[in-house]
Write a protein that binds this ligand. Structure first.
Ligand code: SF4
Length: 279
């Protein structure tokens, strides 16, 4: 067995939450630059310019990309040959606490649906755990903003609604969201599993590389079709109109019950902050 020191986990989480809140991924920046070239309206172009300038200022000045520095989500994959010297969930939350304090990131978590008292350190993180073969730990870490999360949706379609039902649901959801989730968007979609599995699939889809495609030909085609159709909706950057409503569509799927076609749409704003780390 490989013993992992939990101080290393805490340090990694602390450094990563600061880094992702200050620096937008380079491939995302490239996509925004390309989108700017495609836009024809001055206002749409200038919004994308503002987003590009904002990420430069954040990177140069070591300041957050957005006032909403998000809830920390961790997909934690633990190798079966790994053991720890304590509680890994506590170690992750300690990293969040240190990162949000030392990085001057806004603390956005409240402890109760109605009392709504701020926990003052942005904990607890939302952690999804999976056991994998081997002696490594993989952590997919995101800082997920509330505005785009609020526009996300889980729906139980019937199997007869099929691929057209999924398309209609996604297009209606993105159109009705308008500028509220701060487009251009990354759209994560989970199809299958059950109610909660579809949501996890959609969230995890947001971690995929921006230029990849699903291996399944039908799903890949659906990703391409939805990308094109979403960009014809006319929502545009920050909802001002234009041809750039989304920068990518990622669909993950899973087997499901014969009676069900669960679909989850997890909307990610342009401030897409996540990173995968391996220990
Ligand atoms: S949706 Fe994204 S860009 Fe908009 S306020 Fe929230 S975190 Fe910031």
């Amino acid at each position: 067995m490989r013993l992992i020191n939990l101080n290393d986990i805490t340090k990694l989480i602390k450094e990563t939450v600061i880094e992702i809140n200050y620096k937008l991924d380079g491939s995302l920046v490239s996509l925004i630059r390309k989108a700017k070239e495609r836009e024809t309206k001055d206002l749409s172009k200038s919004i994308l310019d503002d987003i590009l300038e904002n990420q430069e200022i954040a990177k140069e000045g070591n300041i957050p990309l957005c006032q909403d520095t998000g809830v920390v989500v961790v997909f934690l994959e633990i190798g079966s040959q790994v053991t720890f010297n304590g509680d890994i969930y506590e170690a992750i939350n300690e990293g969040v606490k240190q990162g949000y304090n030392e990085g001057y990131l806004r603390k956005s978590i409240v402890n109760h649906p109605f009392n709504r008292t701020n926990t003052l350190d942005n904990t607890p993180a939302i952690i999804h755990t999976k056991i994998i073969p081997g002696d490594k730990i993989i952590m997919k870490i995101a800082a997920k903003g509330g505005g785009s999360e609020n526009m996300s949706k889980v729906t139980m379609l019937t199997p007869t609604e099929g691929i057209n039902g999924v398309k209609k649901l996604v297009l209606d959801t993105i159109f009705n969201a308008g500028g509220r989730p701060c487009p251009p968007l990354i759209v994560g979609i989970g199809i299958g599993g059950n109610f909660e599995k579809s949501a996890l699939l959609a969230k995890e889809a947001l971690f995929r590389d921006l230029d990849d495609s699903n291996n399944d030909e039908t799903i890949k085609q659906l990703e391409n079709d939805l990308f094109n159709e979403i960009n014809k909706l006319g929502v545009g950057p920050m909802g001002v109109g234009g041809v750039t409503t989304c920068l990518a569509v990622k669909i993950n799927y899973f087997p499901m019950h014969i009676a069900s076609l669960p679909v989850a749409i997890n909307i990610q704003c342009h401030s897409s902050r996540h990173k995968e780390v391996i220990l």
